[in-house]
Design a protein around this ligand. Sequence first.
Ligand SMILES: [Fe+2]
Ligand SMILES: [Fe+2]
Length: 166
Amino acid sequence: MPTALHQHHAALRERFLLHQEALIGLDLDLAQQRLRDHASALREHIRCEERLLLPRYATCNGEVPRGGSVTIFFDEHRKIERLLEQLEGLLSSLCQDPSHPQLRRGVLKLLEREILLTHLLEHHEHREESILLPTLQTELGEQGLADLLVTVFTSDGSLEPDSAAT
Ligand SMILES: [Fe+2]
Ligand SMILES: [Fe+2]
């Protein structure tokens, strides 16, 4: 059953797609605004996970599942943040000269970098949903996990699950 974490991941993906739609339409101002929205929601999502979710996961009993050490989650967050910064920098240089003859090449280059972020997020979210969530559920029970997720994600005012489409 989808949890609040699944819903937030889906909402983040939708925000990024909205940015990419504007980008391939060469509406750079809109693409930049939507990338900013996505980046700020994603940074807030990471902040909430690191403040409230990962510390609880770190205290779970039992063996750490393969590929599920807390360090991996933190390291991936730093990689995601670095890539976001790169994307914002690349788009900002494109916006400075939207009539540049190489603009379309620049957009292609940006899209190539964005695919890296999409793949990184896919792996990362899969790790959270298939390792972190089941481990927490074993520890806390279904209701305990649901209560924890409500606490984590109601503290994230920047990303309501259904807000991406508005
Ligand atoms: Fe995460
Ligand atoms: Fe996440």
